[in-house]
Design a protein around this ligand. Structure first.
Ligand SMILES: NC(=O)c1ccc[n+]([C@@H]2O[C@H](COP(=O)([O-])OP(=O)(O)OC[C@H]3O[C@@H](n4cnc5c(N)ncnc54)[C@H](O)[C@@H]3O)[C@@H](O)[C@H]2O)c1
Length: 387
């Protein structure tokens, strides 16, 4: 039996994503989580000891030559400096979205990763649902015809009340855009990935319903503030949007989407509908194993994930047989598996979202912010490539 030396990696951040990445990495072949680096040393030690992973300082991770890659699961405003430091230290980098808080920062990271010849990924993991890949494979095969209309939404409710708080609300930690950066970026990543088209122009209307929020004086866990009984709060002005509506052009195709963190009852619902000259498809992240296929002249149908019935490109994203659901956690495993395969084999394709895709989302975000501010359509540069 040949023994394969695992690739050693480290995770920065021990919150919601830090744990999700750690658990998913445990299911990826030939990878060893060598360290956890968190600002909160107690949380890092607790998570590390539960999974038998040592806690190291970020500096110790970067100077450890046996660690080849890092995952950045920290607040958005830290991504640029942490990714830059990791690339300069010769590490491959998998960064949570958004890649940075400006297109200028993202471009610098794209160029640095390319110059250093290091693998780079942005965690637009929602692409990796089997049924999302099935839609893509159908479009590739021409089953949808020419894409005419793209519609959808990304809706959540966890920031509905003025008592709801998270670091994302504060532009100093999350960047100038909140809702559109946090969830809208996933939606546009999927929309471009699925259609193979690029947004060429857009008109956005962003809204902050709560211009003042009650910020707890103590720390707040992501998504957990709903349960807090904290009454010790500070009235804090808010400069990031609660929701946004965008109409857009993709060449000849037309589309619209909304993203919202104040939609009561919607927990985490990315929905996308793509209508082509031959057929339509619709997918809802809250029912991930189902795909609606619409026809003009014959009956519509809903297909259920069953690898043996999926197109080969989509089957590669389904590890379990039909009737066994694959969900959010599995999308990370699928993305990470491809990222580490590309580190192990320099000739492996980078078939996952890369820094260029992260840059692309920052370009779209900046256009949204400019459009909303000026109440005008904005044309987008057509030059960025992505996966
Ligand atoms: N891909 C997805 O589906 C998805 C989902 C949620 C969040 N995210 C992204 O993941 C990132 C983290 O979000 P989260 O929800 O896990 O936040 P979180 O608040 O739960 O966790 C953030 C972590 O970063 C740590 N941290 C803060 N400053 C640090 C520093 N200087 N060095 C090291 N660690 C530091 C905090 O202690 C905390 O452990 C964000 O960029 C967010 O956009 C992605």
């Amino acid at each position: 039996m040949t023994t394969i030396t695992p690739i050693r990696t480290a995770i920065f951040g021990t919150g919601f994503m830090g744990r999700v990445h750690l658990e998913a990495l445990r299911r990826v072949e030939h990878v060893e989580v060598a360290a956890i680096a968190g600002r909160n040393t107690v949380a890092a030690r607790q998570l590390g000891s539960a999974f038998n992973v040592p806690r190291l300082s970020p500096e110790a991770v970067l100077s450890d030559r046996t660690i080849q890659a890092v995952h950045l699961c920290t607040p958005n405003a830290l991504h640029f400096s942490q990714a830059k430091a990791a690339l300069l230290a010769g590490k491959h980098v998998l960064c949570e979205k958004p890649l940075a808080i400006s297109a200028a920062e993202a471009l610098e990271l794209v160029e640095l990763a390319s110059k250093r010849d290091l693998r780079n990924a942005v965690c637009h993991n929602l692409r990796c649902y089997p049924m999302v890949q099935q839609m893509r494979a159908m479009r590739d095969a021409g089953s949808l015809g020419e894409i005419l209309v793209v519609q959808g939404a990304y809706s959540q409710d966890w920031l509905l009340y003025d008592t709801d708080w998270n670091w994302r609300v504060d532009s100093a930690a999350g960047g100038p855009s909140r809702c559109m950066a946090d969830v809208g970026s996933h939606w546009f990543d999927i929309a471009e990935h699925l259609t193979g088209l690029r947004v060429t122009a857009l008109c956005a209307d962003l809204q902050t319903f709560h211009k003042i929020r009650k910020q707890p004086r103590g720390p707040v866990e992501t998504f957990a503030n709903k349960l807090a009984s904290e009454s010790d709060t500070i009235d804090t002005p808010v400069d990031t949007e609660d929701m946004g509506a965008v109409i857009f052009r993709m060449g000849q195709a037309r589309g619209s989407m909304t993203a919202s963190q104040v939609s009561a009852g919607r927990k985490n619902r990315l929905s996308i509908e793509i209508y082509g000259s031959k057929a339509g498809v619709a997918w809802d992240q809250e029912r991930p194993d189902e795909l609606w296929i619409g026809h003009r002249d014959s009956a519509n149908c809903i297909i259920v994930k069953d690898p043996s019935l999926l197109k080969p490109a989509a089957r590669a994203y389904a590890d379990l047989p039909g009737g066994h659901s694959e969900g959010y956690d599995d999308t990370f495993k699928q993305l990470f598996r491809r990222f580490y395969a590309s580190i192990a084999d320099a000739n492996a394709p980078g078939d996952y979202p890369q820094f260029t895709d992260g840059l692309r989302q920052l370009v779209i975000l900046e256009a949204e912010l400019a459009s909303s501010r000026t109440r005008a359509w904005i044309d987008l540069p057509a030059t960025e490539n992505g996966n």
